[in-house]
Design a protein around this ligand. Structure first.
Ligand code: GTP
Ligand code: MG
Length: 177
């Protein structure tokens, strides 16, 4: 692979409990139509998404315990880690444990961003707002409704910002070497 291609390649990992919306988030980024069928991800799904100059390799990890334990080594080399929660209080608490656990398997430079998903249900069943989730998780948190195609550009913008930071960090590292 050419050096210029390597510079554009980024590994983005999605982790979270079952059914919180990781695969839906991937669909939001890569498909026009977002169906609402829940088919649990077995092991992991890998998809390539291109935007701007970047080639994103998105690793969508199955949330069921057995899969996650098996796939922790696959978190190595992540440039960006999204921890997805469905914003329910119990799930947010579980996500805190997940973040602590995942930090052992990602590099110290890898940013962790929490996704407070299913924001469409906040008023219906007492799910938490992104601010509340951020208070509890102590990592940057973005609210999302992954089933809503209108959220696509907002999510792209969030990722674009993170990728630009990653590119700057890579260049700084090169200068240090
Ligand atoms: N109401 C609502 N439902 C959502 C949202 N995002 C995802 N869902 C639904 O939640 C269910 C599970 O979504 P998935 O994306 O398959 O969940 P997952 O995190 O990939 O689950 P695993 O693969 O088992 O780890 C599906 O029925 C989705 O349509 C959202 O923002 N709002
Ligand atoms: Mg899935």
């Amino acid at each position: 692979m050419l050096r210029s291609e390597l510079d554009r390649l980024c590994k983005v990992s999605l982790i979270g409990q079952p059914a919180v919306g990781k695969t839906t988030m991937l669909k939001l980024l890569s498909q026009n139509v977002i169906d609402r069928i829940y088919l649990p991800t077995h092991g992991l799904d890998l998809k390539t998404v291109k935007f701007d100059k970047y080639i994103l390799k998105i690793w969508d990890f199955g949330g069921q315990g057995a899969y996650f334990k098996c796939s922790r080594d696959h978190l190595l080399g992540s440039d960006l880690l999204f921890v997805v929660t469905d914003s329910s209080p119990r799930n947010v608490l579980n996500s805190r444990e997940l973040i602590n656990y995942a930090t052992h398997f990602i590099g110290k430079d890898c940013p962790i961003v929490a996704i407070a998903n299913k924001q469409d249900l906040v008023k219906k069943d007492g799910r938490m707002t992104p601010d509340r989730v951020e208070d509890l998780l102590q990592v940057k948190t973005i609210g999302l409704t992954a089933i809503d195609p209108e959220e696509r550009m907002r999510l792209v913008e969030i990722i674009r910002k993170e990728l630009n930071h990653i590119a700057i960090r890579r260049r700084l590292k090169e200068v240090e070497l």
